[in-house]
Design a protein around this ligand. Structure first.
Ligand code: GDP
Length: 328
């Protein structure tokens, strides 16, 4: 019998990478998609014909119960969320509803439908829960035991999801865990994130279609890895005997300026300054200065490995976006 996986957030970056991975592993895959005439539906159907889409919504408990009854999954990956930090300041309530309360809706739907208590549940937790403050960051980077200090409505909502997952594990003995993932990027990243905004801009500048890129603060540091490597880690977490939370990170942090250096050099531009303008509109009410993660536990216990390093990630994204410009 094929194993069955249900993915929320199938239209997002990680949903796409995970669908490819689970397909390779021989899973039957179901994806939850929102509402009538979702513009992303056709794109998903074309790219992932092997994914069966089910209409449901993270804020509609009964639709989730119906989804679980319809597909009876073995593994559930809850990747659906309002996932953009900047946006969460503009719409904190919706972020709380979907990113936070959506998690308990999923867990309750499982509890109501999974009488054998067999489902394995993955919650997409995030490094934004640590908040980038100095006092709680160990030298080697944040780990599974570091205290949380979220600095955005997104981080706060994710923290609720994190704790309610732990609570269901402890209260009901559910196989439920969280992966605390540091920033992970790639060719599927949305343009609203700084990495893709830069590589898309670089490709358009190279193609003569854009003059400069407008950005906010350039000094924040992020621990950026490749999303394709991170979905492998998600899957590994759900294959362990006992459910446990894990940090996935690279253990290296870089500034946005360093990202710009490599991205522009990839198209033969050594000084990016003439091509970047700062715009306060892209600055945040509270900034997360420095995110660095310590992936030791995942490396040791899961045997998790990364194939793409930081320069490799930037180059891969620039090359992908250059090709998109050439194909146009
Ligand atoms: P995040 O770490 O989940 O918030 O991922 P982002 O890619 O959205 O942001 C990473 C860092 O880039 C943050 O410190 C942002 O403040 C900073 N940043 C600077 N300019 C921009 C911009 O134009 N867009 C975005 N999204 N972030 C920017």
């Amino acid at each position: 019998m094929k194993k069955k996986a249900l993915i929320t957030g199938i239209t997002g970056q990680d949903g796409g990478h995970l669908a490819q991975l689970l397909h390779k592993k021989g899973y039957k895959i179901y994806g939850i998609i929102r509402g009538q005439s979702n513009p992303k539906r056709e794109q998903i159907e074309n790219e992932f014909p092997y994914v069966e889409l089910i209409e449901a919504d993270l804020i509609d408990q009964s639709s989730l119960v119906r989804a679980f009854q319809a597909c009876k999954p073995d593994e559930v990956y809850n990747l659906g969320a309002i996932s953009h930090v900047g946006y969460s300041f503009k719409d904190p309530q919706i972020t709380a509803e979907i990113t936070g309360k959506g998690v308990v809706n999923m867990l309750e739907a499982i509890r109501l439908t999974d009488s054998d208590n067999k489902v394995r549940f993955y919650q997409a937790s995030t490094s934004e829960m640590f908040g980038g403050t100095d006092y709680n960051r160990p030298k080697k980077g944040y780990n599974e035991d570091s205290p949380f200090h979220p600095r955005s409505p997104y981080g706060v909502a994710k923290l609720y999801g994190h704790w309610i997952t732990k609570n269901y594990r402890e209260s009901y003995g559910m196989y439920a865990l969280s992966g605390i993932l540091f920033n992970h990027e790639g060719e599927r990243r949305g343009i609203e994130f700084v990495t893709r905004k830069i590589t898309d801009g670089v490709a358009k500048i190279k193609a003569g279609k854009q003059k400069f890129i407008e950005l906010g603060d350039l000094w924040p540091k992020r621990d950026w890895g490749y999303a394709g490597d991170y979905v492998e880690g998600m899957w590994l977490m759900l294959q362990q005997d006992k459910p446990k939370d894990y940090v996935l990170a690279t253990g290296e942090a870089h500034t946005i300026e360093e990202f710009l250096d490599i991205a522009f050099r990839e198209v033969g531009i050594n000084d990016w300054r003439p091509y970047v303008k700062q715009n306060p509109a892209f600055m945040r009410p509270a900034e997360v200065d420095y995110l660095l993660g310590d992936p030791s536990r995942a490396e040791k216990e899961l045997g998790w490995e990364r194939k793409v390093d930081f320069p490799g990630l930037v180059k891969l994204m620039v090359q992908h976006d250059l090709k998109l410009q050439l194909d146009k």
